[in-house]
Design a protein around this ligand. Sequence first.
Ligand code: GA4
Length: 333
Amino acid sequence: MVVLSLPVLDNGLPHIIKTSKPTSNTFTGIPVVDLSNLANAKTLIVNACKEFGFFKVVNHGVPMNLLTELEAEAVRFFESPQHQKDKSGPPNPFGYGNKKIGPNGDVGWVEYLLFCTNPHNPNAAAVPGLQQTLRNLVNEYVSAVRNMACEVLEMIAEELQLAESDALSKMIRDEKSDSCFRLNHYPPCPDLGELSGRRSLVGFGEHTDPQIMSVLRSNNTSGLQICLKDGAWVSVPSDPESFFLNVGDSLQVMTNGRFRSVKHRVLAADNMKSRVSMIYFGGPPLTERITPLSEIMEEGEESLYKEFTWSEYKKSAYKTKLGDDRLEFFLKS
Ligand code: GA4
């Protein structure tokens, strides 16, 4: 599917319009991992990370009321007057953002709050102008979701037969873990006049996540798509009671390309329903060397990537456009 970039229109309508309406390419093959069934979970997760870089987690143990309360508080924030929301921005890089994504000119039909999260020093307080209830819920939610992500990373370590089962999880549990959290609000698709019926807006353009593992939860509105190995884009059916986890660039490097950092994007809802999503991005400490895990390397196997620290990767990532292949720069020639 071709994606056209158009300039921002004077009436505030965006910018990026894809050529055709989404086809009903709903994907039913997403691996579902039952975290209460430990016997099967490890193998399922590792296979999913290799094949898709993406899977769904059920029976995750994170209380449903925490998800719905945070969603309600987020909606309350996004429904507040624009001048009020602007007091929490701009996102440099944390805070409230509207349509502009990142520092290099990317745009999308989305508004968001971006938080720095740190295990021993929850930092939702750093974004100005937020209600205390929202801050508390963000901190509580991030800590619950981080625990769940650690559980999954420990299963991966066991399945990969790493010497230490916390080899991966300790990076995001570390008090210096460089992780972040994003609350996204995709407003209903505006009336595109004569364009409607043929085209729709891109909410958040295609990209991979730079970190180790991301955990996404959304309300009951579709829009998320992932790119399969063969390059086909497929829609992920929404499921507000489950989490969707995806492999990030760092984990792709740590597995020397065995796991896929999955390309994904969000198309704005064209059914007049808002989409609200919350994503925790589990990243390593800034000084961590991102390099293939020695135990998984076969004899004589060489790293596909040049040596780099998370800090170096991040610095380079923030110079890229959303859709760029950020790992290309670190590939050995
Ligand atoms: C993609 C994943 C996360 O949303 C994010 C994004 C970040 C941002 O929105 O500031 C980036 C993007 C993301 C990667 C490249 C750079 C940085 C926007 C952008 C163009 C918070 C992250 O960690 O990397």
